[in-house]
Design a protein around this ligand. Structure first.
Ligand code: TYC
Length: 102
């Protein structure tokens, strides 16, 4: 690459080579029907949370309407949303999971 941009200059080598990718929050939304234990299980399996953290996030969603499951790059966030949606649909729960740029 031509040395016209700062990122290409050898004297700037201690700086990151490229910009950080955009990040996305994955959110769970509350509903009246999905069992609490199912939501805790989803947070443990899809988001690799310990039972205590999963229970805390589930209760935050339950009381506040939504909650953050984690922050990821686009493809990882998209995959986790798809995993949650698939598991919920298989079990016929109306659980909704979405993502938004941080
Ligand atoms: N509100 C649900 C209940 O009372 C529990 C629940 C929590 C549902 C979190 C969805 O994302 C959710 N059974």
């Amino acid at each position: 690459p031509s040395p016209q941009h700062d990122d290409d200059l050898a004297v700037e080598e201690s700086r990151p080579e490229v910009k950080q990718p955009p990040l996305y929050r994955v959110l769970l939304l509350n509903d009246d029907y999905t069992p609490m234990q199912f939501v805790v299980g989803v947070l443990e399996s899809v988001f690799r949370m310990e039972r205590t953290a999963a229970t805390r996030v589930m209760l935050e969603v339950h009381t506040k309407g939504q909650g953050v499951c984690g922050v990821f790059t686009y493809e990882i966030a998209e995959t986790k949303v798809a995993q949650v949606t698939s598991i919920a649909q298989q079990q016929q729960h109306p659980l909704l999971c979405t993502m938004e740029e941080v």
